[in-house]
Design a protein around this ligand. Structure first.
Ligand SMILES: [Zn+2]
Ligand SMILES: [Zn+2]
Length: 361
């Protein structure tokens, strides 16, 4: 029997979101229905609402979530009813040319639920990032559920489903930060602070947080930053060189998505160092760099998709580090809120007052 539950819907571009009845079909082969316990409010949800991703309204928002599997479709064996899971938005296919090369973290054919969730009048919903988790229950592909230790509270665990994983992964997977490395992170919101935390657990020696907001630089100190640079007051590249014996950092992580900060990251790294772009640019932006510098500085210019994570490998490992007190995930949760407070949380996020507001159910 299809179920009717409450969900947060963006009906039209720029309009405030509303809590509305939505219909969840029973799972068929390859699908699972998950009872949501917590879901973080991410900038991407706001981008959907603003029409910045596509115009396939109405959207069922929310995608950084943890919950419990309520039912699974025929033949589903990778998760079971009652499993405590984090939802991911890259359920790997196992068959595409990247999976075939043994690199499922880059899977080019990730999948979502086959059926659609709807409004009560039958209007099909577009779930944010193929998840849609600001709701009591959601329908996903079974591969989007990653089982983790249920000792981790859902408001903390769910954050690994998106921004925090992107940041940690930018450091440990894409940037391959190693013991003793020097690292700079540009932009200290949720993703940037997670990148600092990633550099810390990887054993980096010097971890430099760069932002234009003193409040955010204060937060950064709780996430592994050994030094902070306010780039509205000083030249960030000069400051980073001074903190690294004049050399620049081994790994520079751009978590803003702006050409100016990307250029700073490019020049702030040591010879043969790595630049990681995890901030998301908009389609109009262009970067101009002297071609000879791209060659002459050597190293690598890399982009990080979802922290180049493999959920089945990375989520349980990071939850274990959290439970052992070795990874600060709790610090990302600024507040827990109800479903009907998502619109207000967008305003707080936009003003930079919170790292993460998390809906709990
Ligand atoms: Zn694949
Ligand atoms: Zn997100």
């Amino acid at each position: 029997m299809p179920q009717t539950v409450k969900g947060v819907i963006a009906m039209a571009k720029g309009e405030p979101v509303t809590v509305t009845d939505i219909v969840i079909p029973d799972p068929i082969a390859g699908e699972a229905v998950v009872a949501i316990k917590a879901c973080g409010v991410c900038h991407t949800d706001l981008h959907y609402r603003e029409g910045g991703i596509n115009d396939e309204f109405p959207f069922l928002l929310g995608h950084e979530a943890a919950g419990v599997v309520e039912s699974v479709g025929e033949g589903v064996t990778d998760v079971a009813v009652g499993d405590y899971v984090i939802l991911n938005w890259r359920a790997v296919c196992g068959q595409c040319r990247s999976c075939a090369k043994g690199k499922p973290q880059y899977c080019f054919a990730t999948h979502n639920a086959t059926q659609k969730m709807t409004l009560t009048d039958g209007t099909e919903l577009s779930p944010a990032l193929g998840i849609g988790a600001f709701c009591e229950k959601t329908l996903v592909a079974a591969g989007q559920c990653t089982k983790v230790d249920e000792a981790a509270p859902p408001e903390v665990a769910g954050l690994l489903g998106c921004g925090v994983m992107a940041g940690i992964g930018a450091a440990i997977n894409t940037g391959e930060v190693g013991r003793g490395d020097t690292v700079a992170v540009f932009g200290c919101g949720g993703v940037g602070n997670a990148a600092l935390e990633g550099a810390r657990i990887a054993g980096a020696r010097t971890i430099i947080a760069v932002d234009i907001d003193d409040q955010k630089l204060e937060w950064a100190k709780d996430f592994g930053a050994t030094h902070t640079v306010n780039s509205s007051e000083v030249d960030a590249v000069e400051a980073i060189r001074e903190l690294t014996d004049g050399n620049g950092v081994d790994v520079a992580i751009e978590a803003v998505g702006l050409p100016q900060t990307y250029e700073q990251a490019f020049y702030a790294r040591d010879l043969a160092g790595t630049v990681v772009l995890v901030g998301v640019p908009n389609p109009e932006m262009k970067v101009e760099l002297p071609f000879i510098e791209i060659f002459g500085r050597g190293g690598a210019l890399k982009s990080s998709w979802y922290g180049d994570c493999l959920p089945s490998r990375d989520f349980p490992m990071l939850i274990d580090l959290f439970l052992q007190g070795r990874l600060n995930l709790g610090g990302f949760v600024s507040e827990t809120i109800d479903l009907d407070a998502v619109e207000e949380a967008f305003h707080k996020m936009h003003k930079g007052e919170v790292l993460r507001s998390v809906v709990t159910l």
